[in-house]
Design a protein around this ligand. Structure first.
Ligand SMILES: Cc1cc2nc3c(=O)[nH]c(=O)nc-3n(C[C@H](O)[C@H](O)[C@H](O)COP(=O)(O)OP(=O)(O)OC[C@H]3O[C@@H](n4cnc5c(N)ncnc54)[C@H](O)[C@@H]3O)c2cc1C
Ligand SMILES: NC(=O)c1ccc[n+]([C@@H]2O[C@H](COP(=O)([O-])OP(=O)(O)OC[C@H]3O[C@@H](n4cnc5c(N)ncnc54)[C@H](O)[C@@H]3O)[C@@H](O)[C@H]2O)c1
Length: 469
């Protein structure tokens, strides 16, 4: 480790102390460097306080109740105790206090600096009246912010973003959710199961349009069964609030009324106020990176980025994988030139081949790799195998179990390039698919990975049989 005599000079300065920035700093320190982590809100970022953790804490009790109802003989009540669910959610956010994460970071040897950071040319970062100097590298890990569509009246109307929807202290009586991506479907179901009347407005015919159609089909079915009113093919055009009531006007003339409107129409990289213009980049743009995390268009191998700000895979686990690459490669390059071949410690190759994602609705969606469409568009000669999940394990798991599975095979290489499972409790099946894709396991060898009886994993056997093995 380089001795740190000047309190404003570090080997690495990380801008943004979300999960991704924390991991860049941690790996750099583990590699023998000094690192400063600059954060202007809460160390831990979106995932810990307003995204993954609180949203999953809001969803899980409703799923447990629904699962219990599918099993005769299990004594269950008819609704959740919302106050207790909200209190448990708040526990998972540490009541929006980052003392624990700061303690972790300092214990890991990272210097935490509070304040808003801006790049100020090569290897310089300004925080308030301090100018930090980065001997080796600066890593921008500033995450993303919600996109608010330009609806008439929206600038003057108080609406919810995902932050409000994950931190609300009371259950709204009526909630409109605009946008049928992952945030939209998860939070529509969470609040519906906590007692809100929910209208979900989507532009297409199915929610979750980036995933295989089986995901949108079964999730739409699940939402409707819960009582969510799904407005498909709908375009929101105007919004207003009178007193406590918000109105959302649709292009077909319909007007939806509610107590709150959650705008869940996507996110964009947070690069507007980070001083990227001082190094020749455009504020607001995505920071495109190579597989080692080096920002494109900036010379000198000193500016890195990871996480949502890169637009590669806006997911905590994948961003943390990219962060481990970035922290490791900065430490390695501090000692000399480094090769970054695919699948090496210094290349985030999986971002192109096998990004896993779980949508934590009921039914769950667990998907990794390419959809059939994406594989075909990439010029891969594919064979698609579709199945209902109907094995001994699924029927024991829940009465009336409904689920679907799809695997996308690269026919030339006889390996998997994409797998999607949809159904109750399929999330834990996903890692098997990720291992198969990353390991490029030939199907004839996968045949020898025998799933236990009676588990839902037996769907693997059925998929391979349906393929012809
Ligand atoms: C509702 C919701 C649910 C989600 N659920 C999941 C899930 O279940 N699983 C999953 O994998 N992903 C989930 N995601 C996505 C996940 O939250 C993000 O991919 C992840 O938080 C990105 O981490 P990050 O570190 O890149 O950004 P962030 O977590 O946003 O961290 C960036 C940090 O940088 C700080 N910062 C920004 N600018 C500056 C500056 N100039 N100076 C100092 N600090 C600055 C911010 O305050 C912030 O703390 C969810 C997202 C949402 C919105
Ligand atoms: N469980 C998880 O892993 C999880 C959960 C939540 C979020 N996330 C991540 O966070 C990111 C952001 O999620 P998101 O749902 O905000 O974004 P998204 O881009 O996934 O979905 C936004 C949706 O809003 C729709 N939309 C855009 N403009 C609209 C408009 N004017 N009216 C109606 N619909 C409109 C889009 O067609 C899209 O379907 C995602 O990329 C996801 O990876 C992950």
């Amino acid at each position: 480790m380089t001795a740190n005599f000047d309190p404003d000079t570090f080997d690495v300065v990380v801008i943004g102390g979300g999960a991704i920035g924390e991991n860049v700093a941690d790996r750099a320190v583990k590699g023998g460097l000094t690192a400063a982590l600059v954060e202007h809100e809460l160390v831990g970022g979106e995932c810990s306080y307003w995204a993954c953790m609180p949203s999953k804490a809001l969803l899980r009790p409703g799923h447990a109740l629904a699962a219990a109802r599918r099993l005769p003989g299990v004594p269950v009540g008819d609704h959740l105790d919302a106050a207790k669910v909200l209190a448990r959610r708040t526990y998972f956010t540490s009541n929006w206090d980052d003392a624990g994460q700061v303690q972790w970071a300092e214990g890991a040897g990272i210097t935490v600096i509070r304040g808003s950071a801006r790049l100020d040319g090569e290897r310089r970062v300004v925080v308030g009246d301090r100018t930090l100097i980065a001997r080796q590298a600066v890593a921008v890990c500033t995450g993303s912010v919600p996109v608010i569509p330009p609806l008439e009246g929206i600038a003057d109307t108080r609406v919810w973003t995902s932050r409000d929807a994950t931190s609300a202290k009371e259950v709204p009586g009526r909630l409109i959710v605009l946008g049928g991506g992952v945030v939209g479907v998860e939070l529509a179901q969470a609040w519906r199961r906590l007692g809100s009347e929910v209208d979900l407005v989507i532009t297409g015919e199915l929610p979750l349009p980036r995933l295989e159609p089986i995901a949108g089909e079964l999730v739409a079915e699940g939402l409707r069964e819960d009582g969510v009113r799904l407005h498909t093919g709908s375009k929101a055009v105007r919004v207003s609030r009178t007193g406590g009531e918000i109105e959302l006007g649709l292009a077909d003339g319909a007007v939806l009324k509610a107590d709150e409107l959650l705008v869940a129409t996507g996110r964009r990289p947070a690069t507007e106020h980070v001083g990227v213009e001082t190094v020749g980049l455009k504020p607001g743009d995505t920071l495109h990176v190579d597989d080692s995390g080096l920002v494109s268009g900036v010379d000198g191998q000193w500016l890195y980025a990871a996480g949502d700000v890169t637009g590669r895979a806006p997911l905590t686990h994948q961003g943390k994988y990219d962060a481990r690459v970035v922290g490791d490669v900065i430490a390695a390059r501090a000692k000399g030139p480094v090769e970054t071949p695919p699948w090496s410690q210094y290349a985030a190759t999986a971002d192109h081949a096998a990004v896993p994602q779980v949508v934590f609705t009921d039914p769950e969606v667990a998907a990794v790799g390419l959809t059939a469409d994406q594989a075909a568009r990439a010029g891969i000669e594919t064979r698609v195998v579709d199945l209902d999940i109907a094995v001994a394990g699924s029927s024991v798991h829940a009465d009336g179990y409904r689920g679907k599975a799809r695997m996308v095979v690269d026919e030339r290489r006889k390996v998997l390039v994409g797998v999607t499972f949809v159904g109750q409790d399929v999330a834990e099946l996903l890692h098997s698919a990720t291992v198969a894709i990353v390991g490029e396991v030939p199907l004839h060898r996968l045949w020898h990975a025998v799933p236990s009886y009676p588990t839902i994993s037996e769907v693997w056997l059925r998929l391979l049989e349906a393929y012809g093995l």
